[in-house]
Design a protein around this ligand. Structure first.
Ligand SMILES: CSCCC(=O)C(=O)COP(=O)(O)O
Ligand SMILES: [Mg+2]
Length: 236
């Protein structure tokens, strides 16, 4: 396993399986959204608040309430990372975070690492399949003290403003949005080897993370030997 991180100017962080357990997304966030959906549709089916999310769904679902709900459930079950699902999930989760029912369980090394990186004058950005509003909710309601880590984060990327996370072009789009930072000065951390490979394909530094609850990385994969378990800056 590699030791601390040293040579980067921008830390780009994945969320699920990297800063928080996969179980938080799969066993808390997703069920919360599925369980909240029926009442939300009962109350707001024709409400302007909801219609913008409804109309982002494929035409065959947006005007049929039963088909809409069934499609939502199917996408969640298959963990399909389509932007229109992620946008509606983020809208639903807002109430859960606001009520205190949802709080993001960051791994214990994450907030200290983010504070240290920020104090070091380096930038922190997020890239997740979750929508940018959902990312901001998560980092605004964490188990850290203080709970709101948004002030540490200077930019947010998702499948709408960057693209699918397994595509090299998505990381190239992120790089294009910050031309002042050379590709090699970015460090992307993710649990997903395909995402790590795509980031490296765009010229970023990137290594996989090993976290409790993640599937084991394949021994035969060349990047497994550089995987990291703990987030810390290399001691100078
Ligand atoms: C922003 S919290 C919800 C995360 C989510 O919906 C998801 O699909 C996680 O994907 P990630 O790219 O963060 O592994
Ligand atoms: Mg992930």
């Amino acid at each position: 396993m590699a030791t601390g991180f040293a040579d980067f100017d921008v830390l780009l962080l994945d969320i699920e399986g990297t800063v928080c357990p996969i179980s938080f997304v799969k066993d808390v966030l997703f069920p919360y959204a599925v369980n909240a959906l029926p009442e939300l549709l009962d109350e707001k089916w024709d409400d302007a608040d909801l219609v913008q999310y409804r109309n982002a769904f494929p035409e065959e679902y947006r005007n049929d309430r039963a088909a809409f709900e069934a499609h939502f459930r199917d996408l969640v079950t298959r963990d399909v990372k389509v932007s229109y699902l992620k946008a509606l999930q983020g809208y639903i989760w807002k109430a859960g975070y606001a009520s205190g029912e949802i709080k993001a369980p960051l791994f214990p090394d994450v907030a200290p690492f983010m504070n240290e990186v920020h104090a070091n004058g380096r930038k922190i950005m997020i890239y997740s399949s979750g929508s940018v509003p959902a990312q901001k909710l998560l980092f605004g309601h964490t188990n850290a003290q203080p709970s709101n880590l948004q002030p540490l984060i200077s930019d947010w990327f998702d499948t709408v403003n960057a693209g699918l996370k397994v595509n090299v072009a998505s990381y190239e789009a992120i790089l294009t949005s910050h031309p002042d930072v050379a590709p090699g000065r970015w460090l992307f951390l993710s649990d997903n080897l395909q995402e790590v490979e795509a980031a490296r394909g765009a010229g970023m530094q990137s290594v996989p993370v090993v976290r409790p609850g993640n599937a084991p990385l394949p021994d035969e994969h060349p990047l497994t030997k550089v995987a990291v378990e703990q987030f810390r800056l290399a001691s100078s």
